[in-house]
Design a protein around this ligand. Structure first.
Ligand SMILES: [Zn+2]
Length: 49
């Protein structure tokens, strides 16, 4: 599993667990990832470090 640092369009940062980068892209492309704070579905991935 990979932990990705994600952020919604409203600037909320949160973590998401995915099996792979492709899994993240697939879920995000399908609008199936949403911010736990505001339910926004425009999610971007932040680089780690
Ligand atoms: Zn949010």
């Amino acid at each position: 599993m990979k932990v990705l640092n994600l952020r919604c369009a409203n600037g909320h940062g949160f973590e998401g667990w995915f099996g792979s980068d492709d899994e993240f892209l697939e879920q995000n492309g399908g609008g199936r990832i949403e911010c736990p704070l505001c339910n926004d579905r425009v999610i971007t991935r932040m680089r780690r470090g």
